[in-house]
Design a protein around this ligand. Structure first.
Ligand SMILES: [Zn+2]
Length: 430
Protein backbone atom coordinates (compact mmCIF):
# COMPACT_ATOMS: atom_id res chain seq x y z
CA UNK A 1 0.00 0.00 0.00
CA UNK A 2 1.35 3.39 -0.89
CA UNK A 3 0.35 6.12 1.52
CA UNK A 4 -1.41 7.92 -1.35
CA UNK A 5 -4.25 5.42 -1.30
CA UNK A 6 -5.24 6.99 2.02
CA UNK A 7 -6.10 10.17 0.17
CA UNK A 8 -9.35 11.22 -1.41
CA UNK A 9 -7.77 12.02 -4.76
CA UNK A 10 -4.12 11.00 -5.26
CA UNK A 11 -4.15 12.86 -8.58
CA UNK A 12 -4.74 16.16 -6.78
CA UNK A 13 -2.85 15.85 -3.48
CA UNK A 14 0.18 13.99 -2.15
CA UNK A 15 0.83 12.84 1.39
CA UNK A 16 4.02 14.32 2.86
CA UNK A 17 3.87 12.70 6.28
CA UNK A 18 1.58 11.62 9.09
CA UNK A 19 1.76 13.28 12.50
CA UNK A 20 -0.16 11.43 15.21
CA UNK A 21 -1.04 13.14 18.48
CA UNK A 22 -2.99 12.07 21.55
CA UNK A 23 -6.38 13.16 20.21
CA UNK A 24 -6.03 13.13 16.43
CA UNK A 25 -4.02 12.05 13.42
CA UNK A 26 -2.79 14.81 11.21
CA UNK A 27 -2.03 14.14 7.53
CA UNK A 28 0.25 16.74 6.06
CA UNK A 29 -0.57 16.90 2.36
CA UNK A 30 0.16 19.22 -0.52
CA UNK A 31 -1.39 19.90 -3.87
CA UNK A 32 0.55 18.63 -6.89
CA UNK A 33 -1.00 19.87 -10.14
CA UNK A 34 1.60 21.76 -12.17
CA UNK A 35 -1.04 23.60 -14.15
CA UNK A 36 -4.42 24.82 -12.94
CA UNK A 37 -7.39 26.46 -14.62
CA UNK A 38 -8.53 29.98 -13.87
CA UNK A 39 -12.06 29.59 -12.46
CA UNK A 40 -13.26 32.61 -14.45
CA UNK A 41 -11.74 32.39 -17.94
CA UNK A 42 -10.78 28.68 -17.88
CA UNK A 43 -7.30 29.43 -19.19
CA UNK A 44 -4.51 27.27 -17.70
CA UNK A 45 -1.68 28.79 -15.75
CA UNK A 46 1.37 27.53 -13.90
CA UNK A 47 2.41 30.87 -12.40
CA UNK A 48 2.16 30.49 -8.64
CA UNK A 49 1.44 33.57 -6.58
CA UNK A 50 1.72 32.31 -3.00
CA UNK A 51 1.16 29.37 -0.66
CA UNK A 52 -1.31 29.04 2.16
CA UNK A 53 -2.51 26.48 4.64
CA UNK A 54 -5.94 24.98 5.22
CA UNK A 55 -6.93 22.71 8.07
CA UNK A 56 -9.86 20.42 7.22
CA UNK A 57 -11.45 17.46 8.98
CA UNK A 58 -11.45 14.12 7.16
CA UNK A 59 -12.97 10.68 7.85
CA UNK A 60 -11.74 9.27 11.19
CA UNK A 61 -9.49 6.23 11.49
CA UNK A 62 -10.74 3.65 13.99
CA UNK A 63 -12.69 6.33 15.77
CA UNK A 64 -9.70 8.68 15.93
CA UNK A 65 -10.22 12.10 14.37
CA UNK A 66 -8.22 12.82 11.21
CA UNK A 67 -7.17 16.31 10.12
CA UNK A 68 -5.71 17.28 6.79
CA UNK A 69 -3.07 19.97 6.92
CA UNK A 70 -3.49 21.00 3.35
CA UNK A 71 -0.67 22.99 1.75
CA UNK A 72 -2.28 24.70 -1.16
CA UNK A 73 -1.54 27.59 -3.52
CA UNK A 74 -2.76 30.80 -5.10
CA UNK A 75 -2.13 31.35 -8.81
CA UNK A 76 -1.99 34.25 -11.20
CA UNK A 77 -4.21 34.31 -14.26
CA UNK A 78 -2.08 35.36 -17.22
CA UNK A 79 -4.99 36.17 -19.51
CA UNK A 80 -4.83 39.94 -19.96
CA UNK A 81 -8.54 40.05 -20.78
CA UNK A 82 -9.53 38.27 -17.56
CA UNK A 83 -10.57 40.33 -14.55
CA UNK A 84 -9.44 37.57 -12.18
CA UNK A 85 -5.85 38.33 -11.25
CA UNK A 86 -5.25 35.92 -8.40
CA UNK A 87 -7.16 32.81 -7.47
CA UNK A 88 -6.93 29.84 -5.12
CA UNK A 89 -6.58 26.46 -6.74
CA UNK A 90 -9.78 24.41 -6.64
CA UNK A 91 -9.89 20.87 -5.26
CA UNK A 92 -13.43 19.73 -6.00
CA UNK A 93 -12.66 16.05 -5.36
CA UNK A 94 -11.04 16.72 -1.98
CA UNK A 95 -12.63 19.72 -0.29
CA UNK A 96 -15.01 22.44 -1.41
CA UNK A 97 -14.02 26.13 -1.30
CA UNK A 98 -14.14 27.53 2.23
CA UNK A 99 -15.28 24.12 3.54
CA UNK A 100 -13.87 22.84 6.81
CA UNK A 101 -14.68 19.20 6.10
CA UNK A 102 -13.53 17.03 3.21
CA UNK A 103 -15.94 15.88 0.51
CA UNK A 104 -15.74 12.29 1.86
CA UNK A 105 -16.52 13.35 5.41
CA UNK A 106 -19.51 15.41 4.27
CA UNK A 107 -20.77 12.49 2.16
CA UNK A 108 -20.59 10.20 5.20
CA UNK A 109 -22.45 12.74 7.35
CA UNK A 110 -25.14 13.11 4.70
CA UNK A 111 -25.66 9.35 4.59
CA UNK A 112 -26.02 9.23 8.36
CA UNK A 113 -28.32 12.25 8.42
CA UNK A 114 -30.56 10.97 5.66
CA UNK A 115 -30.76 7.56 7.26
CA UNK A 116 -31.58 8.56 10.84
CA UNK A 117 -32.08 12.34 10.95
CA UNK A 118 -30.36 15.23 12.75
CA UNK A 119 -30.54 14.43 16.45
CA UNK A 120 -29.96 10.66 16.24
CA UNK A 121 -27.52 11.22 13.38
CA UNK A 122 -25.37 13.46 15.54
CA UNK A 123 -25.25 10.79 18.29
CA UNK A 124 -24.48 7.99 15.83
CA UNK A 125 -21.76 10.08 14.17
CA UNK A 126 -20.14 10.66 17.59
CA UNK A 127 -20.03 6.88 18.15
CA UNK A 128 -18.19 6.56 14.85
CA UNK A 129 -15.70 9.30 15.74
CA UNK A 130 -17.35 12.02 13.65
CA UNK A 131 -18.08 15.12 15.65
CA UNK A 132 -21.01 17.06 14.24
CA UNK A 133 -23.81 19.02 15.87
CA UNK A 134 -27.44 18.21 15.04
CA UNK A 135 -27.82 21.70 13.49
CA UNK A 136 -24.85 21.25 11.20
CA UNK A 137 -26.14 17.86 10.15
CA UNK A 138 -29.56 19.31 9.33
CA UNK A 139 -27.97 22.10 7.34
CA UNK A 140 -26.01 19.54 5.30
CA UNK A 141 -29.20 17.63 4.53
CA UNK A 142 -30.95 20.76 3.31
CA UNK A 143 -28.01 21.72 1.12
CA UNK A 144 -27.79 18.22 -0.32
CA UNK A 145 -31.42 18.09 -1.36
CA UNK A 146 -31.33 20.62 -4.16
CA UNK A 147 -32.95 18.74 -6.99
CA UNK A 148 -32.18 18.57 -10.66
CA UNK A 149 -35.27 17.58 -12.54
CA UNK A 150 -34.44 18.92 -15.96
CA UNK A 151 -34.68 15.50 -17.56
CA UNK A 152 -37.90 14.42 -15.92
CA UNK A 153 -40.68 13.87 -18.48
CA UNK A 154 -43.23 11.62 -16.87
CA UNK A 155 -44.42 12.10 -13.32
CA UNK A 156 -47.09 10.74 -11.01
CA UNK A 157 -48.64 12.87 -8.27
CA UNK A 158 -50.41 11.65 -5.14
CA UNK A 159 -51.18 13.04 -1.72
CA UNK A 160 -50.00 11.91 1.71
CA UNK A 161 -50.98 12.93 5.24
CA UNK A 162 -48.55 14.94 7.35
CA UNK A 163 -50.63 14.25 10.41
CA UNK A 164 -53.36 11.67 10.42
CA UNK A 165 -55.76 13.25 8.01
CA UNK A 166 -55.32 16.80 9.28
CA UNK A 167 -52.87 18.19 6.79
CA UNK A 168 -51.83 16.85 3.41
CA UNK A 169 -48.87 17.25 1.10
CA UNK A 170 -48.19 16.02 -2.42
CA UNK A 171 -45.51 13.63 -3.60
CA UNK A 172 -44.21 13.81 -7.17
CA UNK A 173 -42.46 10.74 -8.57
CA UNK A 174 -40.44 10.34 -11.77
CA UNK A 175 -42.19 7.31 -13.22
CA UNK A 176 -39.36 6.45 -15.62
CA UNK A 177 -36.61 6.53 -12.98
CA UNK A 178 -38.76 5.26 -10.13
CA UNK A 179 -37.71 7.98 -7.73
CA UNK A 180 -39.29 10.97 -6.01
CA UNK A 181 -38.68 14.30 -7.73
CA UNK A 182 -40.30 16.63 -5.23
CA UNK A 183 -42.52 17.08 -2.22
CA UNK A 184 -45.11 19.87 -2.08
CA UNK A 185 -46.34 21.28 1.24
CA UNK A 186 -50.06 20.92 0.36
CA UNK A 187 -52.35 19.44 -2.28
CA UNK A 188 -53.67 22.66 -3.80
CA UNK A 189 -54.09 23.24 -7.54
CA UNK A 190 -52.09 26.44 -7.38
CA UNK A 191 -49.08 24.77 -5.75
CA UNK A 192 -48.94 21.95 -8.28
CA UNK A 193 -49.53 24.44 -11.11
CA UNK A 194 -46.64 26.61 -9.93
CA UNK A 195 -44.32 23.61 -9.65
CA UNK A 196 -45.15 22.52 -13.19
CA UNK A 197 -44.56 26.02 -14.53
CA UNK A 198 -41.17 26.04 -12.83
CA UNK A 199 -40.33 22.65 -14.35
CA UNK A 200 -41.18 22.85 -18.04
CA UNK A 201 -40.73 19.72 -20.09
CA UNK A 202 -43.15 17.49 -18.19
CA UNK A 203 -45.02 15.56 -20.87
CA UNK A 204 -47.22 13.16 -18.90
CA UNK A 205 -48.77 13.43 -15.43
CA UNK A 206 -50.64 10.55 -13.81
CA UNK A 207 -52.96 11.48 -10.96
CA UNK A 208 -55.93 10.39 -8.90
CA UNK A 209 -59.45 11.43 -9.83
CA UNK A 210 -59.51 14.64 -7.82
CA UNK A 211 -60.44 17.82 -9.67
CA UNK A 212 -57.81 19.70 -7.68
CA UNK A 213 -54.81 18.01 -9.29
CA UNK A 214 -56.54 18.04 -12.69
CA UNK A 215 -56.91 21.82 -12.43
CA UNK A 216 -53.33 22.29 -11.23
CA UNK A 217 -51.97 20.34 -14.20
CA UNK A 218 -54.16 22.22 -16.69
CA UNK A 219 -52.91 25.50 -15.24
CA UNK A 220 -49.23 24.62 -14.92
CA UNK A 221 -48.65 22.30 -17.87
CA UNK A 222 -51.57 22.73 -20.28
CA UNK A 223 -49.95 20.63 -22.98
CA UNK A 224 -49.09 17.69 -20.68
CA UNK A 225 -51.09 14.50 -21.15
CA UNK A 226 -53.14 13.79 -18.02
CA UNK A 227 -53.65 10.14 -17.14
CA UNK A 228 -56.20 9.10 -14.53
CA UNK A 229 -54.77 6.40 -12.34
CA UNK A 230 -56.15 2.94 -13.13
CA UNK A 231 -56.14 1.86 -9.49
CA UNK A 232 -58.29 4.87 -8.58
CA UNK A 233 -60.65 4.10 -11.48
CA UNK A 234 -61.18 0.59 -10.13
CA UNK A 235 -61.61 1.97 -6.64
CA UNK A 236 -64.27 4.41 -7.86
CA UNK A 237 -66.00 1.46 -9.52
CA UNK A 238 -65.95 -0.55 -6.30
CA UNK A 239 -67.31 2.44 -4.40
CA UNK A 240 -70.21 2.79 -6.85
CA UNK A 241 -70.96 -0.90 -6.50
CA UNK A 242 -70.79 -0.67 -2.72
CA UNK A 243 -73.18 2.30 -2.65
CA UNK A 244 -75.60 0.38 -4.82
CA UNK A 245 -75.40 -2.66 -2.53
CA UNK A 246 -76.02 -0.45 0.50
CA UNK A 247 -79.08 1.00 -1.15
CA UNK A 248 -80.44 -2.29 -2.38
CA UNK A 249 -79.74 -4.34 0.72
CA UNK A 250 -80.95 -1.80 3.24
CA UNK A 251 -84.66 -1.43 3.75
CA UNK A 252 -84.31 1.91 5.49
CA UNK A 253 -86.48 4.63 4.08
CA UNK A 254 -87.31 2.64 1.00
CA UNK A 255 -90.66 2.43 -0.65
CA UNK A 256 -91.89 -0.42 -2.76
CA UNK A 257 -90.96 -0.95 -6.35
CA UNK A 258 -92.35 -3.11 -9.06
CA UNK A 259 -92.18 -6.77 -8.11
CA UNK A 260 -89.73 -8.99 -9.89
CA UNK A 261 -90.86 -12.11 -11.67
CA UNK A 262 -88.79 -15.00 -10.51
CA UNK A 263 -87.97 -17.91 -12.78
CA UNK A 264 -89.98 -21.15 -12.73
CA UNK A 265 -87.88 -22.95 -10.13
CA UNK A 266 -88.65 -20.27 -7.56
CA UNK A 267 -88.63 -21.36 -3.97
CA UNK A 268 -91.34 -18.91 -3.04
CA UNK A 269 -93.96 -16.93 -4.80
CA UNK A 270 -91.50 -14.09 -4.66
CA UNK A 271 -93.53 -11.71 -6.71
CA UNK A 272 -95.96 -11.33 -3.87
CA UNK A 273 -93.36 -9.65 -1.75
CA UNK A 274 -92.46 -6.03 -2.03
CA UNK A 275 -88.75 -5.34 -2.26
CA UNK A 276 -88.89 -4.12 1.33
CA UNK A 277 -90.28 -7.35 2.64
CA UNK A 278 -87.81 -9.30 0.55
CA UNK A 279 -85.07 -7.48 2.41
CA UNK A 280 -86.67 -8.34 5.72
CA UNK A 281 -86.99 -11.94 4.69
CA UNK A 282 -83.46 -12.07 3.27
CA UNK A 283 -82.05 -14.57 5.77
CA UNK A 284 -84.90 -16.96 5.01
CA UNK A 285 -84.75 -16.40 1.31
CA UNK A 286 -81.05 -17.14 1.40
CA UNK A 287 -81.68 -20.45 3.13
CA UNK A 288 -81.10 -23.03 0.48
CA UNK A 289 -82.68 -26.43 0.24
CA UNK A 290 -80.31 -29.01 -1.06
CA UNK A 291 -81.46 -32.54 -1.78
CA UNK A 292 -84.36 -32.36 0.67
CA UNK A 293 -81.91 -31.49 3.45
CA UNK A 294 -82.41 -28.12 5.09
CA UNK A 295 -79.18 -26.20 4.77
CA UNK A 296 -78.23 -23.59 7.40
CA UNK A 297 -79.36 -20.11 6.39
CA UNK A 298 -76.84 -18.07 4.41
CA UNK A 299 -76.33 -14.56 5.64
CA UNK A 300 -75.98 -11.75 3.15
CA UNK A 301 -72.47 -10.29 3.30
CA UNK A 302 -71.94 -6.63 4.23
CA UNK A 303 -71.99 -4.28 1.20
CA UNK A 304 -68.22 -3.83 0.99
CA UNK A 305 -67.60 -7.54 1.01
CA UNK A 306 -70.43 -8.14 -1.42
CA UNK A 307 -68.88 -5.59 -3.79
CA UNK A 308 -65.61 -7.53 -3.75
CA UNK A 309 -67.49 -10.77 -4.30
CA UNK A 310 -69.34 -9.39 -7.29
CA UNK A 311 -66.05 -8.36 -8.87
CA UNK A 312 -64.26 -11.63 -8.12
CA UNK A 313 -67.08 -14.04 -8.84
CA UNK A 314 -64.73 -16.53 -10.53
CA UNK A 315 -62.62 -16.89 -7.40
CA UNK A 316 -65.33 -17.57 -4.86
CA UNK A 317 -66.00 -20.57 -2.69
CA UNK A 318 -69.13 -22.56 -3.52
CA UNK A 319 -71.06 -21.16 -0.61
CA UNK A 320 -70.19 -17.57 -1.49
CA UNK A 321 -71.17 -18.18 -5.08
CA UNK A 322 -74.55 -19.48 -3.95
CA UNK A 323 -75.15 -16.39 -1.85
CA UNK A 324 -74.28 -14.16 -4.78
CA UNK A 325 -76.48 -16.05 -7.20
CA UNK A 326 -79.35 -15.87 -4.79
CA UNK A 327 -78.82 -12.14 -4.17
CA UNK A 328 -78.70 -11.42 -7.88
CA UNK A 329 -81.84 -13.46 -8.33
CA UNK A 330 -83.67 -11.56 -5.58
CA UNK A 331 -82.40 -8.17 -6.70
CA UNK A 332 -82.06 -7.96 -10.48
CA UNK A 333 -80.34 -4.56 -10.11
CA UNK A 334 -77.37 -6.41 -8.64
CA UNK A 335 -77.06 -8.63 -11.68
CA UNK A 336 -77.13 -5.61 -14.00
CA UNK A 337 -74.60 -3.78 -11.82
CA UNK A 338 -72.29 -6.78 -11.74
CA UNK A 339 -72.29 -7.04 -15.51
CA UNK A 340 -71.46 -3.36 -15.89
CA UNK A 341 -68.76 -3.61 -13.23
CA UNK A 342 -67.09 -6.66 -14.74
CA UNK A 343 -67.12 -5.07 -18.19
CA UNK A 344 -65.52 -1.94 -16.79
CA UNK A 345 -62.84 -3.84 -14.88
CA UNK A 346 -62.08 -5.88 -18.00
CA UNK A 347 -61.83 -2.73 -20.09
CA UNK A 348 -59.36 -1.17 -17.61
CA UNK A 349 -57.23 -4.28 -17.34
CA UNK A 350 -57.00 -4.82 -21.08
CA UNK A 351 -56.67 -1.09 -21.74
CA UNK A 352 -59.48 -1.18 -24.26
CA UNK A 353 -59.98 2.58 -24.73
CA UNK A 354 -62.21 1.95 -27.75
CA UNK A 355 -64.87 0.38 -25.55
CA UNK A 356 -65.18 3.40 -23.24
CA UNK A 357 -67.90 5.37 -25.11
CA UNK A 358 -70.09 2.24 -25.39
CA UNK A 359 -69.63 1.41 -21.74
CA UNK A 360 -70.54 4.96 -20.68
CA UNK A 361 -73.73 4.70 -22.76
CA UNK A 362 -74.73 1.37 -21.17
CA UNK A 363 -74.06 2.69 -17.67
CA UNK A 364 -76.12 5.82 -18.29
CA UNK A 365 -78.99 3.82 -19.75
CA UNK A 366 -78.92 1.29 -16.89
CA UNK A 367 -80.87 3.68 -14.65
CA UNK A 368 -78.80 2.42 -11.72
CA UNK A 369 -78.21 5.76 -10.08
CA UNK A 370 -74.79 4.88 -8.64
CA UNK A 371 -73.55 3.83 -12.08
CA UNK A 372 -75.19 6.78 -13.78
CA UNK A 373 -73.26 8.98 -11.32
CA UNK A 374 -70.02 7.05 -11.83
CA UNK A 375 -70.39 7.38 -15.62
CA UNK A 376 -71.06 11.12 -15.29
CA UNK A 377 -67.88 11.54 -13.25
CA UNK A 378 -65.90 9.64 -15.88
CA UNK A 379 -67.38 11.74 -18.69
CA UNK A 380 -66.40 14.95 -16.91
CA UNK A 381 -62.81 13.65 -16.79
CA UNK A 382 -63.05 11.94 -20.17
CA UNK A 383 -59.61 12.67 -21.63
CA UNK A 384 -57.72 11.51 -18.55
CA UNK A 385 -59.87 8.40 -18.20
CA UNK A 386 -59.41 7.49 -21.85
CA UNK A 387 -55.66 8.06 -21.49
CA UNK A 388 -55.67 5.62 -18.57
CA UNK A 389 -57.00 3.01 -21.00
CA UNK A 390 -54.48 4.00 -23.63
CA UNK A 391 -51.10 4.57 -21.96
CA UNK A 392 -49.05 2.26 -19.80
CA UNK A 393 -48.36 4.98 -17.20
CA UNK A 394 -50.13 4.79 -13.89
CA UNK A 395 -49.68 5.74 -10.26
CA UNK A 396 -48.84 2.15 -9.30
CA UNK A 397 -45.37 2.92 -7.92
CA UNK A 398 -46.65 5.91 -5.92
CA UNK A 399 -47.95 3.59 -3.24
CA UNK A 400 -44.47 2.24 -2.49
CA UNK A 401 -43.01 5.76 -2.53
CA UNK A 402 -45.70 7.07 -0.18
CA UNK A 403 -44.98 4.16 2.17
CA UNK A 404 -41.28 4.99 2.11
CA UNK A 405 -42.18 8.59 2.92
CA UNK A 406 -44.34 7.48 5.85
CA UNK A 407 -41.47 5.40 7.19
CA UNK A 408 -39.10 8.37 7.01
CA UNK A 409 -41.74 10.59 8.64
CA UNK A 410 -42.10 8.11 11.49
CA UNK A 411 -38.35 8.02 12.04
CA UNK A 412 -38.48 11.76 12.46
CA UNK A 413 -40.96 11.44 15.32
CA UNK A 414 -43.29 14.10 13.97
CA UNK A 415 -40.71 16.81 14.63
CA UNK A 416 -39.85 17.05 10.97
CA UNK A 417 -39.98 20.44 9.37
CA UNK A 418 -41.30 20.22 5.83
CA UNK A 419 -38.03 21.05 4.09
CA UNK A 420 -36.14 18.45 6.07
CA UNK A 421 -38.72 15.77 5.34
CA UNK A 422 -38.45 16.79 1.69
CA UNK A 423 -34.66 16.53 1.83
CA UNK A 424 -34.77 13.04 3.23
CA UNK A 425 -37.45 11.76 0.87
CA UNK A 426 -35.66 13.09 -2.21
CA UNK A 427 -32.26 11.78 -1.30
CA UNK A 428 -31.73 8.34 -2.75
CA UNK A 429 -29.04 6.28 -1.11
CA UNK A 430 -26.76 4.78 -3.71
ZN1 LIG B 1 -8.65 34.13 -15.82
Amino acid sequence: MTPDTLLADPAAIRLNYIRPSASAVKLVVKTIASQVECPRCRRSTSRMHSRYLRLVADLPWHGVAVKLELHTRRFLCLNSLCIQRIFCERLPTVVARYARKTVSLNAALELIGFAVGGEAGSRLARELGLIVSPDTLLRRLREASEISSTTTRIIGVDDFAFRRGRRYGSLLVDLERHRPVDLLPDRESATLGAWLRAHPGIEVVTRDRSKTYARGISQGAPSAVQVADRWHLLKNLRDALEQLLKRVLSSKGRGTRGAVHPPEESIHALSEYTEQSRIRLLPHLLRLDSGGKRAPPLRPPPPREAAWMLLQSDRLKDEERLVLERLCYLFPDLKAAQELALDFAQMVRHRAADLLPGWLRSATQSKLKEFVGFARGLSEDYEAVRNALKYEWSNGQLEGQVNRLKLIKRQMYGRAKFDLLRARVLHSLK
